[in-house]
Design a protein. Structure first.
Length: 168
């Protein structure tokens, strides 16, 4: 509980960040960080772990919300109008949806329990957990889609958001 990793696998340009907390945080941070950058959060040992949950709750939770709302628009027969409005008023959210949703089934099985952990972390802080419980269900649905057998390397780059959302 003294560390939390944020970000994807390292690339030539970007390295994930390893958040550290607790009594040994400075000592660990002094190690050569070739695979990731170190960020020390001063305070209790659990702060780095909580930070990871808060970050995942926002990023993956937002992705789950985008899936849920676009899936609802599809089922309501409003997909084209909904996407058109997003293109007009929420370009960055639409761009995010188009970028992440086709790739989400490949990671959804791993992200399902993570949403449960986020809800548990929020419960510890006496905050509502319903959103992340719902995000867990969205991830479960994606994890059961035919696209869930893909990996990050084999995701069909031509598949659209709409095609990805057509899951039972």
């Amino acid at each position: 509980r003294a560390a939390g990793l944020v970000g994807g696998p390292p690339t030539a340009d970007v390295r994930p960040r390893l958040y550290l907390s607790g009594g040994q945080a400075d000592a660990v941070a002094s190690l050569d960080g070739q695979a990731f950058d170190h960020v020390v959060l001063h305070g209790q040992a659990g702060h780095a772990s909580m930070f990871k949950m808060l970050y995942a709750g926002l990023t993956k939770g937002l992705n789950a919300l985008l899936v849920n709302q676009l899936m609802a628009a599809e089922r309501a027969g409003l997909f084209e109008a909904y996407v058109e409005e997003l293109a007009f008023s929420q370009q960055s959210l639409l761009a995010r949806a188009e970028n992440v949703i086709p790739r989400m089934p490949a990671d959804a099985e791993r992200w399902t329990p993570e949403m449960r952990e986020v809800a548990s972390a929020l419960r510890e802080l006496d905050l509502p957990t319903g959103f992340h419980t719902a995000a867990e269900h969205v991830m479960q649905r994606l994890a059961s889609s035919p696209f869930a057998t893909e990996t990050r390397e084999t995701v069909d780059s031509g598949r659209t958001v709409r095609d990805t959302l057509r899951v039972p």
